[in-house]
Design a protein around this ligand. Sequence first.
Ligand SMILES: *[C@@H]1O[C@H](CO)[C@@H](O)[C@H](O)[C@H]1NC(C)=O
Ligand SMILES: *[C@@H]1O[C@H](CO)[C@@H](O)[C@H](O)[C@H]1NC(C)=O
Length: 298
Amino acid sequence: LICTLMSGFLDSCLFSDSAALTVTMRENSVEAVRGDSVLLGCSFLTSTPLHRLNIVWTLVPSSSPESPMQVIVFDHGQVMEDPSLTGRVSFTGLPWTADIVLNDTRVSDSGVYRCMVNNPPEAAEEDVGEVVLTVLAPPSLPVCQWTGDVDVGGQVTLSCSVMEGVPTPEIHWEKVSPEEVPLPVDMEGDLLSASVQIANVSSQTSGQYRCSASNLLGTESCLVRLSVHTPADTHKSSGVLQGVLLTMSMSALLMALVLLLLWLHRTGQDFRRRGGRRRRRERKGLRFSASVMKRSFV
Ligand SMILES: *[C@@H]1O[C@H](CO)[C@@H](O)[C@H](O)[C@H]1NC(C)=O
Ligand SMILES: *[C@@H]1O[C@H](CO)[C@@H](O)[C@H](O)[C@H]1NC(C)=O
């Protein structure tokens, strides 16, 4: 501003760097492992007293570039952090530097950080500096799944997905038992899931499969087991079923026979009992008539 007003002295103004505030970043890019603390260095040169020093740090998050945020502000001698970062971010060298420390870093902290320094009434030649922060994270536990038809001749798809990991984890599928076989992998859209197609499933397809997700911070894996139904199994099971059915029908027949015999036996008894009663009654009648006869004789 001063320079443009004094247009006649423009050249001398541009080259006299002592007159304008200059911001310098310690690094252009910083990497941190999730959970660690990271220092974002921003220093400035000024020749004016620091009474009205104003510092603003902003972030354009990699995960949501459309919603930039203010990280931390120093103004009128007071510090204000974004509520979402309270307790995790602080200035480390006020008022001499604009450095900040970010504690307990998260993957969502990754992005472009901008340090803006203002020290009125001094004009600024370069009042903004940028540093890119990348928070690295080991892969999260992948999820193994299979879909499809495990009958001989069928088609099966093995799929594996990982929720997290920076840098993006590499995903591999392999058969681990009974024999080890690496499998070709189709990576899908977001690179965080990978699938394997097994066409024309056979008994050799049965076994255990492993999906591993790895990046420079580590490897995580999950397992899935496939059991292919072979025609022999089907015969065996249907044979067993037939046997069971045969036994069941035979025992049903036996039961029916036993019941029939019991019924025949009981009806036979009834018949005899009824016949016996009749005979007894006849005998009683005879006895009665005999006693009547006896009385009439007395
Ligand atoms: C960050 O961690 C350092 C070291 O543990 C600590 O001194 C500092 O107070 C922490 N900052 C905040 C904002 O919690
Ligand atoms: C499936 O595999 C069997 C035995 O390996 C082979 O005879 C058959 O031709 C295969 N079918 C297809 C469609 O590839």
